[in-house]
Design a binder for this molecule. Structure first.
Ligand code: HEC
Length: 128
């Protein structure tokens, strides 16, 4: 499969959109997508990555993947929850949909669970 970076993919897609829409219209259409990605990264992805790194660096989890519960929780946050929001905001007529709000709330719950797990691990040294 060709290795194409996201910038190039996006530029290609924008080119398609501008066949029918004006440049500013297309740019405005992409704003909510960028916003939701930024929100996800700042609230969940970046702190989550930092937590996982901390656990690994301090020997609180093993090098083996998915042998601790916390790794499954992290998988749920970055793999399962990072994508469903995009189709939700792809329905412009509906605006920020209930689905997108539910998704954010699911991630927040999973993140809280994970923080509790991490507290337990650090407090007891129990690898779960
Ligand atoms: C083949 C022409 C064509 C292309 C290519 C195209 N659009 Fe459209 N788009 C339309 C038409 C026609 C409408 C109006 C449809 C309607 O109102 O029912 C529309 C509507 C929209 C709307 C408004 C939808 C709404 O619910 O009000 C947005 C936002 C939009 N397009 C974004 C994009 C983006 C982003 C791309 C590129 C990924 C794109 N369009 C590519 C023709 C196109």
């Amino acid at each position: 499969m060709a290795q194409v970076g996201w910038e190039e993919r996006r530029a290609n897609m924008v080119e398609v959109c501008t066949v029918c829409h004006t440049g500013p219209y297309v740019a405005n259409s992409y704003e909510p997508y960028d916003g939701v990605i930024e929100l996800y990264n700042s609230k969940f992805a970046n702190p989550g990555l930092a937590f996982m790194k901390l656990l690994k660096e301090n020997g609180l989890i093993t090098e083996v993947q998915f042998d601790e519960d916390v790794e499954w929780t992290w998988w749920e946050i970055w793999h399962d929850q990072s994508t469903p929001g995009t189709p939700a905001i792809s329905v412009p007529k509906r605006g920020p949909s209930a689905r997108q709000l539910r998704r954010n709330s699911r991630i927040a719950t999973a993140t809280t669970d994970r923080i509790l797990e991490i507290r337990c691990i650090t407090a007891t040294g129990d690898l779960g």
